[in-house]
Design a protein around this ligand. Sequence first.
Ligand SMILES: CC(C)(COP(=O)(O)OP(=O)(O)OC[C@H]1O[C@@H](n2cnc3c(N)ncnc32)[C@H](O)[C@@H]1OP(=O)(O)O)[C@@H](O)C(=O)NCCC(=O)NCCS
Length: 163
Amino acid sequence: MSDRAREDNEPDQAELQYRRASVADVPEITRARSLDSAPEPGDSRLAAYVEGTHHPQQALALRVVYVAVIGRSVAGYVAGHLSRRHACDGEVQYLWVAPQHRRQGVATELLRRLGGWFAEQRANRVCVNVAEDNVVARLFFRSCGAGDLERHWLVWADIRGAA
Ligand SMILES: CC(C)(COP(=O)(O)OP(=O)(O)OC[C@H]1O[C@@H](n2cnc3c(N)ncnc32)[C@H](O)[C@@H]1OP(=O)(O)O)[C@@H](O)C(=O)NCCC(=O)NCCS
């Protein structure tokens, strides 16, 4: 931890760790997300999604979740699955970073890891649903190389070039 972070009693970025998540992480993900005052709540189907009992449209069975953690606290998460939606190979299903950790590259690193997983599955064309008024998410995904697909949807023609 840097002296500055110690003084401020704030977690240093060096303490952030990234790893694959399991259904055991869902309660902490849900708790962390509940602290975000944004009007958009987390999806209550996250546990079912991770366990493979909730399938978004045209989803295949294979899916993955990555978390950014500081100790036991979740600072962010991303999830994606193989899919046939929009003639794609995969879809980014969830992405969220805690407000106090934003603009520090956390989502970029989460997406880089998810992109690596898609590449391992030979799933290169990947889409993501983004509300039209979610300007920040659109800027973020564009910063990672996504382009317009259609209303509400962005796409990477080849996610190996993302992030
Ligand atoms: C969208 C979100 C995941 C971005 O997370 P993040 O960790 O802050 O993103 P990063 O720090 O990796 O940002 C990478 C780049 O994205 C763009 N970006 C991210 N947030 C931005 C903002 N508020 N304004 C403008 N550009 C932004 C920038 O180009 C940024 O690079 P820079 O900081 O060097 O300028 C986060 O804001 C979030 O959780 N939002 C609420 C949930 C959500 O909307 N999820 C997406 C659902 S589809």
